[in-house]
Write a protein that binds this ligand. Structure first.
Ligand code: FAD
Length: 463
């Protein structure tokens, strides 16, 4: 008899985990409290139209689970080769992401989730149950864990027993909450002072020969309007539109409490964006669209003993979206766990134990990196020191190939380098860069001697 597993949450990570487990022969039931999103009206879909950047870790993990599935679900991605920085005067400046033309990719969250659900439907050993909200898990030391769900009809509950439970139910995970009653799980939750609001950039009003006719601005860049402690970003959709997101402190957003204040704020700070969004539409969006909160969740361990339960994705490590890694990291969780199940020949207790032990350092590393990247996106990208450092980083990266890897490259394009290793390598390179940077400044101000001395110190400190 195959082992049975309840996967809680049919979001991005839950779907991939369900497919990966089904392909290993487990009998999977995938639960979600939502109704089937594939049946939603177009209007409902537009309300949740966030698009995401998928990069090497996400793609490698999809391919690891199934190359053909990966091809199908990623068929509509739009490659983005770099950032496009918009200044106050509407001037645009491109900054490449990769050393050798590597791209991250824009994909519609809803489209990706629906394609993954279609793949779930194709597998006979997955049963999909929408309208089932996990309310309790009765963990026992015996083989079976009983999951209790409230169903669509509010008063009804249903119970199912499984060999084990995989919680992929997002940042406010009920699986995690149930596990916390069973084990001494360290846990922290931190809201950052940042609110996000989505805006919609329609396709170009007239045929725009520059960008495939239909896009108002380049589809192959992640657009950023950096304005200090707030910013606007935009990622392209296949139909010529863009999903744009405003990020800023709650006090700022709350101070914009009349239409005229919002209007003045948008025209003053994002004049070229307002032009392509439309002033009325931009103000309407600011006034009426949901205001999202951003938070980080850290916890440890991620599993219950005897292989009874484990959490993956946002349930285990919610992070702010500024490195574009939340989903990528969640997909990587699935790959890492499957590799450990294989390594331990299906012994869940051993695989889960090793997962918690090994994965923690990488998860806390990416949560930290994501937090730091807000400063870089909203402010750093325009500072001359940052730009000089980036130029040096790129120069060295191109010249020294694998011996010098910019942090962005390691995080976004190198799935073979764990997040914590990327930080270690970056710290070493940062020290060298700081010397080189100072050397260049010295060279221009003090002349050749200063440069020579600093360069010698840099090389002596290189370890
Ligand atoms: P979720 O997507 O939250 O899915 C959880 C699922 O569980 C949902 O379907 C929910 O209905 C279900 N569920 C919840 N509770 C229950 C319950 N009690 N019972 C049953 N079902 C339940 N990541 C990137 O990699 N790249 C990006 O560019 C990026 N951009 C982002 C931009 C923004 C503004 C935000 C907010 C996030 C962004 N992320 C990005 C992060 C990414 O969205 C998340 O990391 C990813 O969605 C996590 O997937 P998940 O499946 O773990 O959780």
């Amino acid at each position: 008899m195959p082992e049975t597993v309840a996967v809680i949450g049919a979001g991005l990570v839950g779907c991939l985990a369900a497919v990966a487990l089904a392909k290993r022969g487990y009998e999977v039931t995938l639960f979600d409290y939502r109704l089937d999103p594939r049946l939603a009206t177009t209007q409902d879909r537009n309300l949740r139209s966030i698009n995401l950047a998928i990069s090497a870790r996400g793609i490698t993990s999809l391919e690891y689970v199934d190359k053909e599935i990966s091809k199908r679900v990623l068929k509509d991605i739009i490659p983005m080769q770099g950032r496009m920085i918009h200044d106050l005067k509407g001037r645009q400046e491109a900054q490449k992401y990769g050393l050798f033309g590597e791209c991250i990719n824009s994909i519609d969250r809803g489209v990706l989730n629906n394609s993954l659900l279609d793949e779930v439907d194709n597998l006979e050993n997955i049963t999909l149950k929408f309208g089932h909200k996990l309310s309790q898990i009765k963990f026992t030391s015996a083989a079976k864990q009983t999951c209790v769900f409230t169903t669509d009809e509010v008063s009804t509950t249903e119970e199912y027993a499984f060999d084990f439970v995989l919680g992929c139910d997002g940042a406010y995970s009920s699986t995690r909450a149930q596990m916390q009653r069973e084990l001494r799980m360290n846990f922290s939750q931190e809201y950052i002072d940042c609110c996000y609001i989505e805006l919609y950039v329609p396709p170009a009003k007239e045929h725009n020969p520059e960008f495939n006719g239909k896009f108002a601005i380049s589809p192959n860049h992640l657009h950023i309007w950096p304005r200090g402690n707030y910013m606007l970003i935009a990622l392209a959709n296949g139909d010529g539109s863009f999903t744009s997101t405003f990020f800023g402190p709650w006090s700022l957003v709350e101070s914009l409490d009349t239409r005229s204040k919002i209007q003045d704020f948008l025209i003053t700070n994002f004049p070229d964006a307002v032009e392509i969004i439309g002033l009325k539409q931009a103000v309407d969006a600011f006034e009426s669209h949901p205001r999202g909160a951003l938070m980080c969740v850290e916890c440890s361990p991620y599993h219950l003993s005897q292989g009874r339960a484990i959490i993956l994705g946002d349930a285990a490590h919610s992070m702010v979206p500024f490195y574009g890694q939340g989903m990528n990291c969640g997909f990587e969780d699935v790959r890492v766990l499957m590799q450990l199940l294989d390594k331990h020949s299906g012994n869940r207790a051993a695989a889960f134990e090793e997962y918690s032990y090994k994965r923690h350092i990488d998860l806390v590393s990416i949560i930290k990196l994501a937090k730091t990247n807000y400063k870089e996106m909203s402010h750093g990208v325009t500072s001359s020191l940052y730009l000089l450092r980036k130029k040096l980083d790129t120069l060295l990266g191109r010249a020294l190939k694998d011996k010098w890897l910019p942090l962005y490259t390691m995080v976004s394009f190198r799935a073979d380098i764990p997040y914590h290793k990327a930080i270690q390598i970056e710290q070493r390179q940062k020290r060298i860069l700081a010397y080189l940077q100072a050397a260049i400044i010295a060279m221009t101000s003090l002349g050749g001697l200063g440069f020579y001395k600093l360069l010698r110190r840099a090389l002596n400190n290189r370890r």
